[in-house]
Design a protein around this ligand. Structure first.
Ligand code: ZN
Length: 251
């Protein structure tokens, strides 16, 4: 069985469309949350996600944008985007976002695979380092966890007490690329498909991953998308300029 894994779309419609168009055909589309927040197309990305994704969990921005949490933990720019998004969302989309489950959630049809937004023990926790990965997955018996939240593509393999980080190796920044890795038997994997709509690993291209549960291979992808259009929507919406600028740098 093959799953397309998406995360952190952040209301970037152009990036989401590019990922869905360019990804190979899969049996299931998984979304790890943060569908909205930052970008200028919250209703469109909610509606496309509802249509395309079979498994969806909520992220911290989804919670804040629908009023399930307050914005005290957000920086001023993120908080401004939360307020704007809340005003834009239709009643129907607000209700749908509010009803999203939190992780960890098992993936139907894939034994030993779960999805979370932040970490296995806390949906809001950032897993940035191998030490965080080992810490946050202590006592977790599920072999493979897909997570998002950091907007950094790659993953961690924890075997006994040793942890190893891996990142896809890409050459270009202006064309589509893939990088494949074979999961080893044993241990625990935490895998981040990267961010669709606001990458922060110095690569502006939209990120996603494809997981084949039979061969246990993960293919990380970066695809180019209509960046100028996503940026101009942000500016037209009078969201902070910084939110448009950062998309170009992948930071
Ligand atoms: Zn996010």
């Amino acid at each position: 069985m093959r799953a397309l894994v998406l995360s952190d779309v952040h209301a970037n419609l152009e990036a989401l469309q590019a990922c869905l168009e360019k990804a190979p055909s899969c049996d299931l589309v998984i979304n790890l949350g943060d569908i909205v927040g930052y970008g200028a197309s919250p209703n469109e990305t909610v509606e496309l996600s509802r249509e395309a994704c079979g498994v969806i969990i909520r992220g911290n921005h989804d919670k804040a944008c629908v009023g399930l949490t307050d914005v005290s933990a957000f920086n001023p720019v993120a908080a401004m985007a939360v307020e704007w998004t809340h005003e834009q969302l239709t009643e129907e989309n607000l209700t749908w976002l509010r009803s999203l489950p939190s992780g960890p959630l098992a993936v139907p049809g894939m034994d030993g695979v779960q999805v979370v937004h932040g970490s296995p023990r806390d949906e809001d926790e950032y897993v940035l380092l191998a030490a965080d990965a080992a810490d946050s997955s202590q006592g977790i018996t599920v072999p493979i966890t897909f997570f998002g939240h950091t907007h950094i593509q790659g993953g961690f393999h924890i075997v006994d007490r040793r942890q190893r980080a891996f990142r896809p190796e890409f050459d270009a920044v202006d064309e589509d690329e893939t990088w494949e890795t074979q999961l080893q038997p044993g241990g625990t994997y935490l895998i981040n498909p990267g961010s669709v709509g606001q990458p922060r690993d110095n690569d502006w291209r939209a990120g996603f991953a494809v997981f084949d549960s039979d061969s246990r291979r993960v293919t990380f992808s970066r695809v180019v998308y209509d960046l100028a259009s996503a940026q101009s929507r942000i500016l037209q919406a009078r969201l902070p300029q910084r939110l448009a600028d950062r998309l170009a740098y992948g930071r």
